[in-house]
Design a protein around this ligand. Structure first.
Ligand SMILES: Nc1nc2c(ncn2[C@@H]2O[C@H](COP(=O)(O)OP(=O)(O)OP(=O)(O)O)[C@@H](O)[C@H]2O)c(=O)[nH]1
Length: 611
């Protein structure tokens, strides 16, 4: 550093005393003659321009340091005209690279006030300049890729770039002077968060995030934005620059994905429930609440078409809360008690058309819809309605009804609900097939275990029940309280012969009903074959069993039925046998009852014989 000072001191004489002050300033300095040749330079300037020693710079013309010679001439003319020229200059380094100088060129006058030389004082600003250029390039890149809008510190719009205008659909004239709130949804502006947001910005805090704005056409605009406070040279907030990126499509896709995932969960849950308990109503009920939430509808139901003799009706296993007054609540409770569902018998209204016409009904102005019937008193007003038929093999098997969606009903919603409609169609169809299959299975099982004529359990079913008695192998703990009674029609052959086989059949049916009527619900009555019936009397003493059978016998003897205008009466003989621990099998038990029956027959019939 001393060397620099010394070098400079050699030439300072010609600058005059005032130049002395600049010695320690750290500035690069050079003095040029009026032709632009270096008279002298300090070491800082030599370093700056890529020379090892300041002396090497002597007589180098200023134009050598200038990249554009044309510009250099004009510039030098200006300097020679005696003007102090200040500014940022792009200069050429000894190695041909660029050096940026913040410099001033000042005329040095002699004692006669004539221009003697030019003194240049310069500072290296190459780093700052390159950073600025890069920063500027970045800003420009940002500006061309993003929407940029500037606000004053109170939130009033100062300007907006083309991207921002394209995003919002406004012209710059429509925006400038408006407050930021102009671009926001009303509910956001009135929320306390909005005030906090501006308070933070005004206090110089930056703010970034995802924001919902409203386009000129009223459609939502989602932006990812950075609000950057800009300060003046004295550190005061002067404006806020916002960089925004339109992410509306991304948000919509995100929303769709979330909805689809939610929908998938609903469907899987409904399917699982249905597969688990085959309960269609419960599956519909589980679909319904999330469906209502997902669509943001106020009311709705899922209905299943029932084709009965009275015509088509809608069974509603799932419906939104309809307790809008006491009488409706009472009606609803009564319906649920009676049918376990609401049933709409009349399908001549707006809902019904979905089924009767097998078409989607989408109404965004319900009061003006011609097909609507008057709603029951107290029914909340419906603004919009969407009814989608649930179809299987092109036939309506049910419907989804939704009403009062704040944003209205549209095709997008219909498309969104398609998977749910298809799944419910499959479930309803599966339920109906399952109903038919299990009905058939029940019928087959019944036929295999019941007597076709009397519809009483048959021999096989009866013996299965006997073997299933829980305490069979523990006779001392209660089996003695079970009794068997064999009931056989007396002279049945004669009845057949006298009135015909069909009359005999009718008698057997009458007897079956009498046996059921005169035994307890816990007893088991079966037809063993021919005119022979058997009763298992559970938890009864032998005496009580005999008394019960005696009452039965007497009731039968007193009974008659009409067959082709003739009154037919008949009697039975009954053999009663309690369980005995010595019985090796159920057959032994039945055999003992048979023996007692034989005794009743032998003793004259129409009587009960016990042990
Ligand atoms: N109508 C009708 N007759 C049946 C049925 N099964 C068996 N029979 C008849 O029942 C009669 C039984 O006759 P029997 O075994 O001689 O007994 P019964 O005439 O009742 O005489 P007892 O038992 O000794 O009092 C036969 O004529 C069978 O054909 C049936 O399902 N329907």
């Amino acid at each position: 550093m001393t060397t620099q000072h010394n070098n400079y001191e050699q030439h300072i004489v010609s600058f005059g005393d005032s130049s002395q002050l600049l010695l320690d300033s750290g500035w690069a300095m050079a003095e040029f003659d009026l032709s632009g040749n270096v008279i002298s330079a300090n070491q800082q300037f030599a370093n700056l321009m890529g020379f090892s020693h300041a002396e090497e710079m002597a007589n180098i013309n200023h134009s050598q340091f200038v990249l554009s010679h044309g510009y250099g001439d004009v510039f030098w003319q200006d300097v020679l005209a005696g003007n102090i020229t200040c500014g940022e200059f792009k200069r050429c380094h000894h190695d041909d690279c660029v050096v940026w100088l913040h410099a001033s060129y000042s005329p040095v006058l002699n004692k006669n006030n004539e221009l003697q030389s030019i003194l240049m004082m310069a500072m290296d600003i190459t780093q700052e300049k390159l950073m600025y250029v890069e920063y500027h390039a970045r800003l420009q890149a940002l500006d061309s890729a993003q929407g940029v809008i500037e606000f004053d510190k109170n939130g009033f719009i100062l300007c907006a770039n083309d991207n921002y205008l394209a995003m919002t659909g406004y012209t710059e004239r429509e925006l400038v002077g408006r407050h930021h709130a102009f671009l926001c949804a009303k509910d956001e502006v009135s929320a306390s968060g909005y005030k906090r947001f501006w308070k933070a910005l005004r206090s110089g805090e930056g703010w970034k995030g995802r924001f919902k704005r409203i386009r000129k056409n009223g459609q939502p605009l989602w932006i990812q934005a950075n609000y950057n406070p800009i300060f003046d040279s004295e550190g005061r907030l002067c404006r806020i620059v916002k960089y925004a990126h339109d992410i509306t499509e991304h948000v919509a896709n995100e929303k769709k994905m979330v909805q689809q995932r939610a929908l998938l969960d609903i469907l899987l849950d409904a399917q699982n429930r249905f597969l688990h308990d085959h309960d269609l109503a419960s599956a519909c009920d589980h679909v319904f609440t999330p469906l209502l939430n997902m669509t943001q509808c106020e009311f709705g139901f899922i209905g299943i078409v029932q084709d009965t003799e009275g015509g088509l009706s809608l069974h509603i296993p799932a419906i939104s809360n309809i307790s809008w007054n006491d009488s409706v609540t009472q009606w609803f409770d009564e319906q649920m008690r009676a049918n376990n569902a609401l049933i709409f018998h009349r399908l001549d209204n707006m809902f019904g058309q979905v089924i009767t016409h097998n078409k989607i009904i989408c109404v965004n102005d319900v009061p003006a819809f011609p097909g609507k019937r008057r709603f029951p008193p107290g029914h909340p007003p419906l603004h919009n309605f969407l009814g989608i038929p649930i179809v299987f093999n092109q036939q309506p098997v049910g419907m989804i009804a939704l009403a009062n969606r704040p944003q209205g009903m549209d095709d997008d919603l219909v498309a969104q609900l398609k998977p749910i409609v298809t799944t419910l169609g499959t479930l309803i169809r599966a339920r109906s097939l399952e109903d038919k299959r299990s009905e058939m299975e029940d019928r087959l099982r019944f036929n295999a275990t019941h007597d076709g004529l009397t519809r009483l359990p048959n021999r096989i079913a009866f013996f299965e029940s006997l073997h299933a008695l829980p305490d069979l192998n523990l006779p001392s703990q209660g089996m003695s309280r079970h009794c068997l009674a064999l009931v056989d029609v007396d002279f049945f052959k004669r009845i057949n012969d006298k009135y015909g086989h069909l009359a005999g059949d009718a008698l057997l049916q009458e007897l079956a009903r009498l046996l059921e009527t005169h035994t307890r619900g816990t007893d088991l009555v079966a037809r063993l074959g021919g005119e022979e019936f058997i009763v298992l009397l559970r938890d009864v003493t032998t005496r009580d069993a005999c008394l019960a059978m005696e009452r039965l016998r007497a009731a039968i003897a007193a009974y008659s039925f009409d067959w082709e205008a003739v009154s037919v009466s008949f009697t039975v003989s009954i053999g009663v046998a309690p369980w005995q621990p010595e019985f090796a099998s159920m057959d032994d038990w039945v055999q003992r009852a048979d023996t007692n029956l034989y005794q009743a027959k032998s003793a004259g019939r129409n009587q009960v014989c016990g042990p």
